[in-house]
Design a protein around this ligand. Structure first.
Ligand code: PRX
Length: 645
């Protein structure tokens, strides 16, 4: 570390730089410039490292906001992630080292992965799944989740993975929006020593849904579950009769690969659609330069496949690179907070990618859980999901990285498909709290309301000015919302929805969301979603939800609720409402604090002023402009109700 003025700069280690693909800032700058001046040349070079069954005619067809990448090219995404390695020198290399929460272990080589994926592709085909059909995947973090995704990709079906922590209602909403008629799930999964009843949730979600043609159930936990004749099938029984041979057909570069739902500023999650050739090129290229993946690495990303990180940096990018990766099913503190460190020691993990919220939980648990373990196999650390606070950064660097591992703080989104802003570990000087500089081909900037770049250290809107291969193509079934959400602030420019500033060296400091989206433990949660869950309860008249800073989660969910006539505030109703939100959305959305309010602060036109509520929960008082308020006494009443708990 060196001190430059008041700032704290960490230079990449000499040893690391020497071996890295990009080993100096001069090299980064040269390549970045080229990638911005001639993006098509840069991306074509990267894409040509993948296997294409038919070459593209044109690298990019761009009519904002519609991008087509590698136009006319054909490839099979699954073949690139599996077959390419399964028949060459990597055939007996571990693709996946799996550890279940109870401690069971399994290693799957590339050759075995190929067999399993082909077999499951044949299972899907036998169920009648065709190209472009949507398949909903609701699985624990086990290799079969990845196998199911890859099998869909192999036959051109579009997967829509739903995070295993989401509720039955969330599944049914996503089924309705995506029109999926097939579901892949498991009897359950292990989490904190308990079974997550996945199949039971699916049953509840589809009880009245006649459109579902099949539910394929992997046996993970072995407990009794209901199986509906004709509709539900055991994975192992279908696989037993399916051939392990499957010839992968080529699909168009713009063939849809998956839909992943993410929260926005309305109550309805957005189905972010990604396509094939560009997405794979983006995830592959970022794995190569940002994680600097090598054949002898053991890579571990602790995300769940239910989030974009699990798509891009578990299922697709790392496998396209042919790396060995660890997949872990359970909670970080099962049986105790030493679990991750023990796994890093035992599997000799060399690249570790996790979230700031997890790091903060480890800091709180105490260093003794870390100190017992030999973490000398680590060479690179990554962070994703929210701004990493400098204290957590330093601890991660010192305690986990032994002071020798570079940290890549990677900024990106479900919509961007791949990492957009990040240090390159062998080149970029880092500073705790900044994601540093844009990746190759990424023209990121911070703009003011008029579309002008702001001055150094001024806050503005984070945008991307040029198209990139892994960008989302649309919101499934809602092109108008796609245009409005991402492309209406400035013509032809993508707005990320984050505020940011750049320092005088050009480093990006991400400040937070500009919309009504919270970041709870690195997961996006729309305040409108929680509000609509609350008002669906019979006792609730109105609800307003805001975020409050939280030491562990980044942001905690705070709800203000007014009750209908005939209902009175009580601790029992408070917990009933919290559980109701858990049931409608999932446990991550349960409000941390729930206040009963006699009224909500509103403008004269009846709009709830969330800004005041935010200030109230953050500071305990309201000092800002309240002249637009319809009824001034509301603030006083709310202040009292917060003090009263
Ligand atoms: O606010 C930013 C924050 O997470 C949002 C994207 O959330 P999601 O689509 O769920 O994807 C999360 C994993 C890529 C962004 O708009 N965010 C993500 N990474 C960072 C971050 N904020 C600051 N620093 C990061 N490294």
């Amino acid at each position: 570390m060196s001190k430059k003025g008041a700032t704290e700069i960490y230079q990449p280690g000499k040893e690391f730089s020497k071996k890295a693909r990009i080993s100096s800032m001069a090299q980064y700058r040269r390549l970045w410039r080229e990638s911005i001046d001639q993006p098509e040349k840069f991306w074509a070079r990267e894409a040509s490292e993948l296997s294409w069954k038919q070459p593209w005619k044109e690298v990019l067809d761009w009519k904002a906001p519609d991008a087509k990448w590698f136009v006319g090219g054909k490839l099979n995404v699954c073949e690139n992630c599996v077959d390419r390695h399964a028949f060459g020198e990597r055939r007996n290399k571990a693709a996946i080292i799996f550890e279940g929460e109870p401690g069971d272990r399994r290693t799957i080589t590339y050759s075995q992965l190929h067999r399993e994926v082909c077999q499951f592709a044949n299972v899907l085909l036998a169920r009648g799944v065709k190209a472009k059909d949507r398949v909903l995947i609701y699985m624990p973090m086990i290799p079969e989740a990845v196998i199911a995704m890859l099998a869909c990709a192999r036959i051109g079906a579009v997967h829509s993975v739903v995070f295993g922590g989401f509720s039955a209602e969330s599944i049914s909403d996503r089924l309705a929006d995506s029109g999926a008629a097939h579901i892949v799930t498991a009897d359950g999964g292990w989490r904190r020593g308990k079974i997550v009843p996945l199949k039971e949730n699916v049953d509840e979600a589809i009880a009245k849904n006649k459109a579902i043609q099949s539910v394929i159930v992997f046996r993970r936990t072995g407990q009794e579950i209901a199986m509906k004749k004709g509709r539900d099938h055991w994975w192992h029984e279908l696989a037993a009769t399916a051939s392990a041979k499957h010839e992968a057909k080529a699909f168009d570069s713009e063939h849809p690969l998956f839909i992943l739902y993410t929260s926005g500023s309305t109550g309805k999650p957005k189905g972010i659609l990604h396509t094939s050739g560009g997405y794979l090129t983006g995830t592959y290229t970022t794995c190569k330069y940002i994680f600097d993946m090598r054949d002898d690495d053991v890579y571990w990303c602790t995300a769940d496949v239910g989030w974009i990180t699990g798509h891009s940096y578990i299922a697709y990018g790392p496998l396209a690179m042919g790396v060995t990766q660890v997949i872990y099913e359970g909670a970080p503190n099962q049986p105790d907070f030493g679990r991750f460190w023990q796994m890093i020691e035992e599997h000799r993990v060399s690249i570790f990618y996790t979230a700031p919220t997890a790091i903060r939980a480890f800091i709180k648990a105490g260093d003794n859980f870390v100190e017992k373990h030999d973490l000398s196999s680590l060479r690179l650390l990554g962070s994703v999901g929210e701004p990493i606070n400098p204290e957590a950064w330093r601890w991660y660097h010192r305690k986990i990285g032994g002071g020798r591992c570079p940290i890549v703080d990677t900024w990106w989104q479900t919509e961007t498909g791949a990492i957009m802003i990040s240090p390159l570990p062998g080149a970029t000087p880092t500073e705790p709290g900044t994601a540093t500089l844009p990746f190759f081909g990424i023209d990121a900037a911070v703009l003011d309301d008029y579309g002008k770049e702001v001055k150094a250290n001024e806050q503005g809107r984070l945008v991307i000015r040029k198209p990139w291969p892994s960008m989302t193509r649309t919101i499934y079934g809602d092109k108008a919302r796609f245009k409005k959400t991402y492309w209406s602030d400035y013509p032809g420019i993508y707005t990320a929805g984050d505020s940011a500033r750049r320092d005088k060296d050009g480093n990006f400091w991400i400040i937070g969301r500009l919309d009504d989206v919270l970041n709870v433990s690195g997961h996006r949660l729309g305040t409108a979603e929680v509000e609509s869950a609350l008002v669906s309860h019979k006792a609730v008249a109105e609800a307003a939800v805001v975020g409050r800073p939280d030491d562990l989660k980044g942001q905690a969910v705070v709800a203000f609720v007014t009750l209908k006539k005939g209902f009175d505030p009580s601790p029992a109703l408070q917990s009933e409402l919290r559980n109701h939100v858990g049931k409608v959305i999932g446990a991550i959305a349960k409000p941390d604090d729930l206040h009963f309010a006699p009224a909500l602060p509103k403008t004269r036109s009846g709009k709830i002023i969330r800004r005041l509520l935010k200030e109230l929960v953050t500071t305990g008082t309201v000092t800002g402009n309240i002249t637009t308020l319809e009824d001034f006494s509301v603030i006083e009443q709310l202040q009292n109700s917060i003090k009263g708990g």
